[in-house]
Design a binder for this molecule. Sequence first.
Ligand code: PLP
Length: 485
Amino acid sequence: MAETIERQTNELRERETQDYRAALGAAHELALAYLAGLRDRPVSRRVDAAAIAAALAEPLPERGIAPDAAVREWFERAGPGIVASSGPRFFGFVNGGSVPGAIAGDWLAATIDQNRGLWLGSPAAAETELVVVRWLADLFGLPASWSGTLTSGATMANLVGFAAARQWAASRLGFDAARDGLSGQPQIPVIASTEIHASARKALGTLGLGRDAVRVVPAPGGIIDLDAFAQTLAGIDGPVIVSASAGEVNGGAFDPIDALADRCAAHPGGAWLQVDGAFGLFARLDPSYRHLLDGIERADSVASDAHKWLNVPYDCGFAFVNDEAWQRAAFESDAAYLRAGAGPAADLDHLVPEMSQRFRALAVWCALKSLGRAGYQEIVGRALANARAFAAWIEAQSDLELLAPATLNIVCFRYRPSGLDGPALDAANRQAVAAIQADGRAFVTGTTRDGKAAIRAAFDNWMTQEDDVRLLSEAVRDIGDRLQR
Ligand SMILES: *Cc1c(COP(=O)(O)O)cnc(C)c1O
């Protein structure tokens, strides 16, 4: 009997080992081949929505196949729909890639499958995260006393900051927002500029503060108008939440944090200053751009992204909050089965909306450990040099124009050939974006700037070199020449 069990167990073990080896081996092989081609492949391929949907359409399999076969089959079928957005010539949105240490850390995190929520569930994950957020505070020169938390991205980091702000404001108004809810309570006003990021509105909507309840102040050139801001602030008696942009997504402009902090400090009802620095916080790493964030240490909360300029895999962002008590009051979770026999230290689920969470800190730890401060200063410095070079090239072209000064790493421009104006010019620029994307040499995305159809190129990928910027310029030049004809 005992022998049979042992034999069965041995067979099971052997099969497990084989499955792990085959599945992880297949993923390893596919991953290395992918990475080897990443520098040279077209960024995107012409892919027909119906064709890619058809390639993947299939009812739930009744019976499984070997795990390595599953991995290979997915790669084969979905392959045409993979965008090289982690590669060096993807300048769309604000993406970033993944440095080698971060990819490896992410793989290992999936393998050891730790739950970061409770200290007891993984002392390794909890303590690693505490170290990583201290490193991040140091890297960006934020006060060491602030509470730091990893999130799924800047949207959630904005939500964490606003949730803490909501607790603070409600307490001044005599209630506990998380405990009592907002129903029947006085409104908590929020002020931001017209350039407030969609994710901040989304977070405000989720928190019951109102996506469209934001009191919007004009922002000529993307920068909040301080007089208009002061006027709006003066019209509010009680506590107020102020949402500032440190790196506006269309043109990369920065609100003056120090000046906003001055006005917030002088507001009789009190003001919570939340700063969205999803990519802009990285200006702290370059001596020539650092000043853009002057006063950041006077903020009450700061949101940023790791899956953008820190170049770690999706999904990863981080939030810093000046006073952890408000953050904890917003997200405290209690359940006897979780806390009984709890560990001596931090249960991180008290600080974020989720309970169970993946071990994001490992990828960040490996990234920071493998590159160090110097490595990140170099990545940021190179991206900024590339952005400057591309902006200068745009300015030198007679049929192209910048639509915003390249304050940081975003270059916002458009074609402006003679003889085209108004809606026809807008249409031509929209067509150009699609043509550049289809060309495959480089990927840019479109936007609207001061009512004009615009094109954006964002520089934050660690792999991007001068040659990649040259290819971007060539693609922009070629599509422009085609437009003229
Ligand atoms: C990208 C971005 C966000 C949203 O971040 P996610 O990581 O996509 O959730 C918020 N604010 C700004 C300025 C951004 O660039």
